[in-house]
Design a protein around this ligand. Structure first.
Ligand SMILES: Nc1ncnc2c1ncn2[C@@H]1O[C@H](COP(=O)(O)OP(=O)(O)OP(=O)(O)O)[C@@H](O)[C@H]1O
Length: 319
């Protein structure tokens, strides 16, 4: 059985002469909450618009639900719910009536309205006009609209954009529940790395239209991009920097006076200490620190992408 609900292989896309996706590789496992991360302009929205059939697939292969997107667009879209930033609601109508309008379009049974209201926690507010809804409630109604057709996959572009902290929490908890209790696979793009960190099971980091990294969140912390960082201050950080880079240590962008070096374990900390002392430097401070997702993200997107070998960790796409 194919374990992936979305697969892109060699996906490229240009707006006129401006190429924004370059051989993008993604594998979204069934049942995941997939965090799709990247700095501004990385190509996240373009990818999502392609996945939702809003832009054509000009080059490369995109499979969703195991089917080729170009050949089976309608069937794929029937099985995919989406929420692109804020939902378009009829503000003068109630939540229930917004759902009813959409239900007729997707030809879902009338009983589905009560079900989706229950899932998103809006049963009590169903008959209030949506202009009275908070942003968090509007967003949950947007998710209810996407759920009407009982999709297996939900694609959301920045669903917490513009929400206050309580709205962000409401939407995050709903995403986790949809995944855990209803088995939905969720593809989620966000700038809010801390949000992704709280709910995603798998992450992909893209930049300049190329996948830099994809793995489970757990592997991201433990794996290729070591999450332990050694901060150190010496009597001459310029010389220390040169010595360490000459000896193939990975220096990270500095946040203060101290140098930041990626380390694998405690033994390496002791080795660096000895190495600097032997080379005539005084070591004033040595402290280790575990990076959070935001730091890892900055770390990965600041690298020369040519030096990143992420695609090796992604299995090849079957024809
Ligand atoms: N309709 C368009 N016409 C021309 N260029 C576009 C169009 N839409 C997006 N772009 C360009 O494509 C690149 C990728 O944009 P995209 O919106 O996919 O990035 P993003 O990762 O979603 O960024 P953000 O997080 O800022 O939304 C950017 O350089 C953007 O300017």
């Amino acid at each position: 059985m194919n374990p992936f609900i979305i697969e892109t292989h060699g996906l490229s896309y240009s707006f006129g002469k401006h190429q924004v996706l370059h051989d993008l590789e993604l594998r979204v496992p069934k049942g995941a909450i997939f965090g799709f991360l990247g700095p501004n302009g990385a190509g996240k929205s373009t990818t999502i618009r392609i996945l939702l059939g809003l832009l054509p697939v000009p080059k490369g292969q995109v499979r969703v639900h195991g089917q080729d997107l170009t050949e089976h667009r309608i069937d794929i879209l029937r099985r995919t719910g989406s929420l692109i930033e804020m939902p378009t609601l009829y503000r003068h109508l109630s939540g229930h009536d917004n759902l009813e309008m959409h239900r007729r379009m997707v030809q879902a049974p009338f009983s589905r309205i009560a079900e989706v209201l229950q899932i998103v926690g809006l049963t009590k507010d169903a008959h209030r006009k949506t202009k009275e809804y908070s942003l968090g409630m509007s967003q949950r109604l947007g998710i209810a609209l996407a759920l009407l057709s009982e999709p297996e996959l939900l694609v959301m572009d920045e669903p917490t954009n513009g929400l206050d902290p309580s709205g962000i929490r409401e939407v995050r908890e709903l995403i986790v529940r949809l995944n855990r209790d209803f088995g939905k696979t969720i593809f989620l793009s966000s700038h809010l790395l801390s949000e992704i960190e709280k709910c995603a099971t798998e992450v992909a980091i893209i930049d300049k239209g190329t996948t830099l990294y994809q793995s489970s969140l757990q592997q991201l912390y433990q794996g290729t991009f070591q999450s332990n960082v050694l901060h150190l201050e010496t009597s001459n950080n310029t010389i220390a920097h040169k010595l360490l880079t000459d000896h193939a240590y990975q220096l990270l962008p500095q946040q203060d006076e101290a140098l930041a070096v990626q380390v694998q374990d405690r033994q390496q900390v002791a080795k660096i200490n000895r190495f600097l002392i032997v080379n005539g430097l005084e070591v004033y401070r040595l402290s280790t620190h575990t990076q959070n997702l935001e730091e890892l993200f900055l770390n990965i997107t600041n690298r020369d992408s040519a030096s990143v070998t992420i695609s090796e960790s992604i299995p090849a796409l079957k024809p």
